[in-house]
Design a protein around this ligand. Structure first.
Ligand code: THU
Length: 136
């Protein structure tokens, strides 16, 4: 891994971007900041919708921003909601797994934890699934 993890910077960046959240329904303003393997820091905030189920979590914004800004692998993520630490929901852990994998770190109540611990036996890398597209 090339990039050093500055957790304080990730946290302050997540706190700042939470100000851009669009959360009129839950009033829970979420900001996320992630370190990419080339050293850049990307951000996301939650964007809600009147049909609550279509809400976009801050981590969805992170995934979109990762692709938009050139791709790469996620190394570390910090999420805050209403200025307190937040752990990503189950759906977002799966999204993060796709672009960060087992060794990606999440800040959980102040301590880094591996995604493999937060999403044990994840699909597909730790199951028997073989993508037919990738068969030679
Ligand atoms: N939310 C996030 O953006 N990220 C999380 O990790 C947890 C939940 C959002 C979704 C919704 O807009 C609000 O927080 C309340 O659930």
């Amino acid at each position: 891994m090339s990039a050093q993890i500055n957790w304080n910077l990730l946290r302050t960046t997540a706190l700042a971007v939470a100000n851009n959240a669009y959360a009129p329904y839950s009033k829970f303003r979420v900001g996320a900041a992630a370190l990419v393997d080339d050293g850049r820091i990307i951000t996301g905030c939650n964007v809600e919708n009147a049909s609550y189920g279509l809400t976009l979590c801050a981590e969805c914004g992170i995934i979109s921003e990762l692709a938009r800004s050139g791709g790469g692998r996620l190394i570390a993520l910090c999420t805050v909601g209403n200025d307190q630490p937040v752990t990503p929901c189950g759906r977002c852990r799966q999204l993060l797994w796709e672009h960060g994998g087992a060794n990606m770190l999440l800040e959980v109540n102040g301590s880094p934890r591996k995604l493999s611990e937060m999403l044990p036996v994840a699909f597909p890398e730790e199951s028997n699934f073989v993508n037919p597209e990738s068969k030679s």
